[in-house]
Design a protein around this ligand. Structure first.
Ligand code: LLP
Length: 395
């Protein structure tokens, strides 16, 4: 949970600012972010993984320009997956030589744009390698390897097993590296990303062991691989408990892996997930077989519960002391999946009350849509107790 959210009396505060004040000033629904939460997560990453490699923020988690500027100002590069994300990173001040371009389906135009800008590409197929070689011989590239490791996360966000579309299977990797060399490229990086919201070290241990073995065999075949991009995926807690231990991953790499290889990491959720809160207002209550609390945010604003049955804690912005009841918190969109939480045990909110949907900084706004012709939500950044509008309503 976001450590910057806490109650003062019955009021839920973010960084000393009552969330009710933010809702009053900017309306609802609204995404509210805490700068201090992002700074704290960034510092933790820098103190651990940052001491053994470079850190590149996965822009897809949240591409708000103000957040990007904040993150790049703390020394992070960028992991991007489209021309739009590359442009957003450049516009927010990330130097081109700290940007990597990933993704299974880069268009020829996107590849040409990235190469022109001097941006490093992680290729995901033999045909993509050929396309890069046609555009620029001599380009240094990474090859994304699918290590065949199950990260034990939601099936929609697991990416390191052979049934998924990502990367080149590890058995085919030596041929792909050879093909890249023969085509005049310089494939000097093994890249990987085995999934998202990973909560234990084990999948990383397995995947890294396989990739180090691959590197050794490439080196002995005369293919000099100097870098390993470990990807992201570091999970956070959406309830009680602890986040993934980036310190343990650092220790593992430090202890068990060869020196002399440049490491990089691509965290997204870890940096921004806790920082965001979606503040929404109760429109109606319906008390029949199920008690529904209908709020003004919908699945178009936050799709994670509908898409992955993801859990986000929901807190009242003003605490009431009536007896808790069981209720479902639902949005206004015309789909039964438009439900943020089922069987929540809380004092029944009144009409007009505000609720805070927690830990929505990652893959919240960035996955939102205008479904049901609903406008995109405004975003507010709270820094030192002061709120600033960082995205206008409907843009
Ligand atoms: N690197 C690559 C190549 C990726 O594809 C991703 C995420 C990341 C890094 C960052 O992963 P993170 O550290 O944020 O786990 N929409 C889903 C998550 C999809 C992640 C896609 N790739 C969700 O809401 O849980």
């Amino acid at each position: 949970m976001n450590n910057d959210l806490n109650y003062q009396g019955s009021d839920l505060m973010l960084d000393r600012l009552p969330l009710a004040d933010v809702a009053k000033e900017f309306g609802t629904p609204v995404y509210v972010y805490s700068a201090s939460s992002i700074r704290r997560q960034a510092a933790r990453l820098m103190r651990s993984l940052g001491t053994i490699g470079s850190l590149r923020y996965a822009v897809k988690a949240n591409a708000n320009p103000a957040l990007l500027s904040l993150i790049f100002s703390m020394g992070f590069g960028a992991d991007t997956v489209s021309r739009g994300e590359i442009q957003a990173a450049l516009d927010a001040g990330c130097p081109a030589d700290r940007i990597v371009f990933s993704g299974v389906g880069k268009t020829p135009e996107e590849l040409a744009f990235a190469l022109d800008q001097g941006i490093f590409i992680n290729a995901e197929s033999e045909e993509e390698l050929a396309a890069i070689a046609r555009l620029q011989t001599g380009a240094h590239v990474g090859i994304r390897i699918n290590p065949g490791v199950d990260a034990h996360t939601h099936q929609y966000v697991t990416t390191g097993t052979e049934e998924t579309k990502f990367g080149i299977p590890i058995d085919a990797a030596p041929d792909a590296f050879r093909l890249a060399m023969d085509a005049g490229l310089v494939p000097d990086t093994i890249s990987t990303h085995i999934g998202s919201q990973i909560t234990s070290l084990e999948p990383y241990r397995k995947s890294l062991a396989r990739l180090v073995e691959l590197r050794d065999s490439l080196m002995s075949d005369g293919i000099p691989v100097s870098a390993l991009d470990v990807g992201g995926g570091f999970g956070i807690t959406y309830d009680e408990g602890a986040d993934f231990s980036v310190e343990d991953l650092q220790a593992l790499l430090h202890r068990d892996f060869p020196q002399g290889i440049q490491l990089s990491f691509e965290p997204g959720r870890y940096l921004v997930g806790h920082a965001g809160t979606l503040v929404t207002r109760v429109l109606y209550r319906k008390r029949h077989a199920t008690t529904f609390v209908v709020v003004d945010a919908g699945m178009n604003d936050l799709i994670r519960p509908a898409l992955y049955r993801a859990h986000h804690a929901i807190l009242p912005v003003t605490r009431r002391d009536s007896e808790p009841v069981l209720c479902d918190i639902v949005g206004p969109v015309c789909e039964s999946a438009d439900c943020f939480a089922r069987d929540v045990h809380m004092p029944l909110p009144e009409q007009g009350d505000l609720l805070a949907i927690c830990d929505t900084g990652a893959y919240g706004w960035s996955m939102s849509s205008t479904y049901n012709s609903r406008p995109l939500l405004p975003e507010v950044l709270v820094e030192d107790g002061e709120p600033a509008l960082i995205r206008e309503h409907g843009q």
